[in-house]
Design a protein around this ligand. Structure first.
Ligand code: TXE
Length: 491
């Protein structure tokens, strides 16, 4: 086996470690891959450092770097089926969802491919005809990119595409649970012409293979998407060498439904908001916050529809959503629900594994609705990252905003109403990085994505997503240098 890509070569784990990757839908063996340790990551960092310091990639004209990304997008389209299949086997998500992801991934590479060539910096008015002043953008250097398992290649694309557009080199460490599309991506980057050492890949557990990316002095920036607890560890480790840090740490995202919203539409979106990909979405609408006069009818309808959702594996054409990523993650969701019930939540549906024998080997969990959750309870504070919807009730607009903002997270939120002014007012008051009005989940490569509060800092996507990977330099040139005579000296 040789699953790591270091310095332009496919190599195996130095220590000979391996890991079995199993499909969460049925536990079947997908493949056995190399399992790295810090030693492998340090080799990859050295390769990325050498490639960056050599300067060839960072001094490649930005439009040429952009062209490479556009070629990558075309190759992703060409190999879409193989990528989507690999993603579905690793994650257990429906094939059709992986196919949607592939379209979004290619779009991300295209966006940064086009943006790369447009960045000529800025000329500053010095007010002096004999002085020229420019602001230029330069790459940060070696980037450590650590990604999770829920949207493995999509979250990788959000980091790799802008990192390369800006002229950086990188070491990618995907989730140990879902490595396959990262391996395929490295092949495509090479086919598109990425020079050796610019892109490097290591696989392995976070604490072993991932930690050096936050700790090592030769890494200039670490960009991480994952859980809050790990994010805190990474930020603390990165502080020792004052690395640039970008963190996307999930959310506890409110979905605020006013009584004047279109009932059927709001119910429909409330379901997609939380049950898409079984809730394993950082922006999942896990908190339904509904106006009191429609609470009973609304929750009844959400429960009725939730009970109709069909669970199944990636290639089951009847399935509407899939399993959780692992046994450990399902146990975490089960603990979350048990705590919520102990704290007084009312179980309206779900709250257990499905009875269906066909699903017994996968990590399935029924769509779950918990009503009557108390403000400040664990259920409204902590991410379950599973198919669990909590319901809170509000009286008026101020109450809705207060409840929606009552969280230490701040990634995304939505408001459903037919009153356009109210929609804008509430959107303006929500302390979340993305707000949807009468919609849930859409994101665009050209629009920034990221969190307020403990959902993290830094932004991915959009022009800011490129700026994260750039240093800003001011170059000032005196066109008529002559002695200044500030000090009198001996003249
Ligand atoms: O994530 P981790 P886990 C949330 C969700 C979930 C919880 C834990 O609530 O239940 O996080 O999930 C690497 N140094 N999200 O444990 O640990 C790890 O190998 C360097 C939200 O799976 O954050 C993987 O590549 N790297 C989220 C990546 O970090 C380390 C998506 C994410 O794993 C490391 C996933 C370390 N010390 C989970 N420890 C989102 N924001 O979308 C781990 N890693």
């Amino acid at each position: 086996m040789a699953d790591f890509f270091i310095g332009g070569e496919w190599v195996g784990a130095a220590g000979g470690g391996t890991r079995e990757i199993r499909c969460p839908a049925d536990g079947s063996l997908v493949a056995t891959v190399d399992e790295g340790t810090g030693e492998d990551t340090e080799r990859a960092i050295a390769a990325a450092r050498a490639a960056f310091d050599d300067g060839a990639w960072s001094s490649t004209p930005s439009w040429q770097r952009g062209d490479l990304l556009l070629r990558v997008a075309d190759l992703l389209d060409r190999d879409r089926d193989a990528f989507a299949r690999a993603e579905s086997l690793d994650t257990g998500k429906r094939l059709v969802e992986s196919e949607y992801d592939m379209a979004d991934i290619a779009a991300c590479f295209r966006y940064y491919g086009k943006l790369a060539g447009q960045d000529a910096g800025r000329v500053v008015d010095t007010g002096d005809a004999d002085a020229v002043s420019r602001i230029v953008h330069e790459p940060v250097g070696v980037c450590g990119l650590i990604t999770p398992w829920n949207y493995p290649l999509l979250q990788t694309a959000w980091k790799v595409a802008p990192a390369l557009a800006a002229g950086n080199t990188f070491v990618l460490k995907p989730s140990e649970l879902t490595p396959h599309t990262a391996i395929l991506l490295m092949r495509i980057l090479t086919e598109a012409g990425l020079p050796a050492g610019v892109g490097n890949l290591v696989l392995g557990a976070g604490a072993a293979a991932g930690a050096p990316l936050a700790e090592h002095p030769d890494v200039d920036l670490v960009s991480f998407t994952g859980g809050l607890a790990t994010g805190r560890v990474i930020a603390a480790s990165a502080a020792a060498t004052v690395k640039k840090v970008a963190l996307e740490l999930g959310g506890k995202n409110p979905n605020v439904v006013f009584a004047d919203a279109d009932f059927e539409t709001a119910v429909d979106y409330a379901l997609t908001a939380i049950f898409l990909h079984s809730g394993q979405v950082c922006s999942a609408g896990s908190r339904l916050i509904v106006q009191e006069e429609i609470h009973d009818a609304f929750v009844d309808e959400v429960v009725r529809r939730a009970e109709l959702i069909r669970l199944g594996g990636p290639f089951d054409p009847e399935a509407e959503t899939g399993p959780l990523i692992s046994a450990a993650h399902r146990e975490k969701v089960e603990r979350y629900v048990a705590t919520a019930l102990a704290e007084g939540a009312v179980l309206r549906t779900g709250g257990r594994r499905p009875d269906d024998e066909k699903l017994a080997d996968g990590f399935y969990y029924l769509p779950t609705v918990l009503d009557g959750v108390a403000q400040g309870s664990t259920a409204v504070r902590e991410e379950s990252f599973g198919p669990v919807l909590t319901v809170e009730t509000f009286t008026d607009e101020d109450d809705a905003v207060r409840i929606a903002n009552d969280t230490h997270y701040g990634l995304a939120g939505a408001v459903f109403t037919s009153d356009a002014s109210r929609a804008q007012r509430v959107a303006g008051r929500l302390r979340h990085g993305t707000v949807w009005i009468n919609d849930f989940h859409p994101y665009l490569p050209q629009a920034e994505w990221g969190g307020f509060k403990q959902s993290g800092f830094g932004r991915e996507l959009g022009p800011t997503g490129l700026a994260e990977y750039q240093e800003v330099k001011h170059i000032y040139q005196n066109l008529r240098p002559a002695p200044q005579r500030w000090f009198s000296g001996d003249s």
